[in-house]
Design a protein around this ligand. Structure first.
Ligand code: WT7
Length: 651
């Protein structure tokens, strides 16, 4: 793709004068010329029990050490340091449950709750470096658990509550967690989801878990295992109402959390973030991107089970001392105006969400929005997947009333925070619909061809980052080799993002999606290999090839081509069974949109599946070169089968 396909000349200007970006480029230059001094100055924005010896220790590339020798605790920076100021009684969180119940926490109340849970953790014998697994819906106990874990020097790993028992067990076992915090159930569209049952199934094969703390959310009858399971409220009573646990002095280079994400193999990657660099990066990226002020009500709609929720629902807003809205539910329950009603109810000023949500609201229609006064909004953002120019413009016009910027933030679980985004907090450059504009200070982004050479402006290539930044992952949990290989293996000392991008003639970046076997389904990251492994674990499946197919709302959806084992016949029941099997093995987010049963997959003579051909069939494109195929007749057969399916249920 070249820049002629992108609206590179369309510009939207927000600040009164058409900014040339001079201030932004100056800041970027300063940060790149002398990163040590630059980050030493920025790191003063948070409290340190002891200052660092070195801002960046790069003696063991690519295992960079940020703020080496520094001592701090992120729970102190998000709580203790505010309660000695006038922020003490300011709201940290407004939480709204799916059923409409509202709970608020001031910074002081949050501090008290975090201390109580820290005390419980201490009573259970949890020590610095111990892992705490978290399997909770978006309820206040979720951020409380993260902060309490950080306070005692533990390492949290959150498993999205929509993941299956199997996914939960794998992650708990990979990191060897000692404690699991979960709930008796969760709500989804008015129905109860049995997450404790999932947890119990997982716990049958997680030998490291000693204690399970269960939050009461749905109040249904559940099994509690004697000696292992304890109700959160009972544990709190035992901890005492006035518990205080001093924040553990932590090395800046100690790990803060592990978050599992999908890669190109079947095994999820345990992305490990360290305390010091991540704290500083979280704080500054939110400040630079959205410039939130004391009066703001910040709403990042992400679930805390993903990195977006970790950084922008917990650590960054609390470090800046602002008020965040947390929401447990879905955008269309009980009706399609739930979000706009909530914006009106709480006076939300900043909305940060996904392109999938924007496209969904486009589909719902403007009447749902027009029922509400959303005039408190002053700035909008998106994240998670490429935003198509049409959706960008709709968001800008219908939600933003053509008065506010769209902050399109490109980043990844691995990067800790925003990497490429317009920066309302430094210098807002004219925006182009569909471009995330320029990299943040310190970020040296470039677009390379497959030989590792920079492409010329306007051409598509692989996005790479040429130097370290404070928010970068430290390593993959207990797998430094995979870390090196995945991110620094393609080109030495260059961080490989796995994304396609174009840099246009003005230096603006256009992020064009994954260049590897990773899908972004409604902004959720899924490995095709993971879904394939789930499918072949079913007794009827001998081979599977999964790929993404464009979807008007979700961006892309997984589609599976499968070959059955002998003795099994294709049928609608079997297809439904296989779809269900993927849901229970991974979780509902991985649900294949279609399962296409074929007799043979197109393969090279060496046995490699030629996905390019399957993709072409899905979109009815030219198949192209078939000379490397071992048996070209497979292609015609798949084409016929697919055409028949389309005839039966045209989409
Ligand atoms: C992948 C990372 C970033 C937090 C949420 C997702 C895609 C992310 C954008 C954007 C185009 C984007 C990339 C990236 N992505 N933001 N603004 N424009 N693509 O984190 O699950 O680790 O996924 O999401 O493909 O590599 P993640």
């Amino acid at each position: 793709m070249s820049e002629t396909n992108l609206p590179v000349n369309e510009k939207f200007i927000f600040n009164k004068q058409d900014s040339s970006g001079e201030k932004l480029h100056e800041e970027r230059e300063k940060s790149i010329k002398n990163p040590q001094d630059y980050w030493a100055e920025k790191a003063e924005a948070i409290d340190w029990f002891k200052k660092w010896d070195k801002v960046l220790d790069d003696s063991n590339e690519p295992f960079y050490k940020w703020f080496a020798g520094g001592i701090l605790n992120i729970s102190h920076n998000t709580l203790d340091r505010h309660i000695t100021t006038q922020r003490k009684n300011k709201l940290a969180y407004i939480w709204e449950g799916e059923m409409g119940e509202i709970k608020t926490y001031t910074y002081y109340q949050l501090y008290r709750e975090v201390n109580k849970l820290s005390k419980i953790f201490k009573n259970y014998g949890l020590k610095k470096g111990d892992r705490v697994a978290v399997y909770l819906p978006v309820i206040p106990e979720l951020p409380i658990t993260l902060l309490a874990t950080a306070r005692i020097g533990g390492i949290h790993t959150v498993i999205f509550s929509g993941f299956s028992a199997e996914a939960l067990a794998d992650r708990i076992n990979d990191c060897g967690a000692k404690v699991l915090v979960t709930a008796d159930g969760s709500f989804r569209r008015g129905k109860i989801v049995q997450i404790k049952k999932n947890a119990d199934r997982a716990l049958e094969k997680t030998p490291t878990i000693e204690k399970v703390i269960v939050v009461k959310r749905t109040c249904q009858e559940i099994d509690m295992k004697e000696g292992r399971d304890v109700w959160y409220t009972d544990a709190l009573v035992a901890a005492g109402g006035n518990a205080y646990v001093p924040p553990e002095p932590m090395q800046a280079t100690d790990p803060l959390f592990i978050l599992y994400t999908s890669g190109t193999t079947g095994k999820p990657k345990g992305v490990q973030h360290g305390i010091g660099g991540y704290s500083v990066w979280a704080h500054w990226t939110l400040k630079w991107g959205f410039n939130p002020v004391d009066e703001d009500i910040w709403w990042c709609t992400a679930d805390i089970g993903w990195i977006t929720g970790h950084t922008y629902n917990v650590y960054a807003p609390l470090s800046l001392g602002i008020t965040s809205l947390l929401f447990e539910g879905t955008p269309d329950f009980p009706a399609k105006d739930r979000w706009w009603e909530m914006i009106e109810r709480h006076g939300v000023t900043i909305l940060y969400t996904t392109p999938t949500a924007v496209r969904m609201f486009m589909k719902f229609g403007e009447e749902w929005i027009n029922k509400h006064d959303i005039s408190t909004l002053r700035i909008l953002g998106t994240v998670g997947e490429p935003i198509n120019p049409e959706a960008w413009k709709w968001y800008f016009k219908v939600i933003g009333k053509e008065k506010m910027p769209i902050i399109d933030t490109w980043w990844q679980t691995e990067t800790g925070g925003f990497m490429i985004a317009p920066l309302a907090g430094i210098d807002l450059v004219p925006l182009k619909p569909g471009s995330a504009t320029y990299p943040l200070p310190s970020i040296q982004a470039e677009v390379y061809d497959d030989k590792g050479q920079p492409v010329t402006a306007g051409n598509k290539g692989f996005l790479v980052i040429k130097s370290p930044w404070p928010g970068m992952l430290q390593t993959l949990w207990k797998d430094p080799e995979r870390f090196k290989q995945t991110y620094f293996g393609r080109w030495e000392n260059l961080y490989y993002t796995g994304d396609y991008a174009v840099k246009d003639k003005d230096g603006y970046f256009w992020l064009l999606g994954r260049a590897d076997e990773v899908l972004k389904v409604a902004g959720h990251r899924l490995g095709t290999v993971e879904i394939e492994s789930a499918l072949v674990s079913h007794p009827s499946v001998s081979e599977a090839a999964v790929m993404g197919k464009e979807d008007a709302v979700k961006g892309e959806v997984p589609v599976a081509f499968i070959v059955l084992r002998s003795g099994f016949e294709p049928s609608d029941e079997l297809r439904t069974q296989l779809i269900k099997h993927v849901r229970t093995t991974i979780g509902p987010i991985a649900t294949p949109d279609e399962v296409i049963i074929v007799n043979k997959l197109p393969k090279t003579r060496s046995g490699k599946i030629v996905r390019r051909i399957l993709r072409a069939i899905l979109v009815s494109a030219e198949i192209g070169d078939m000379s490397t195929l071992e048996d070209a007749s497979a292609v015609d057969e798949i084409k016929t089968i697919y055409a028949e399916i389309k005839k039966k249920s045209p989409k």
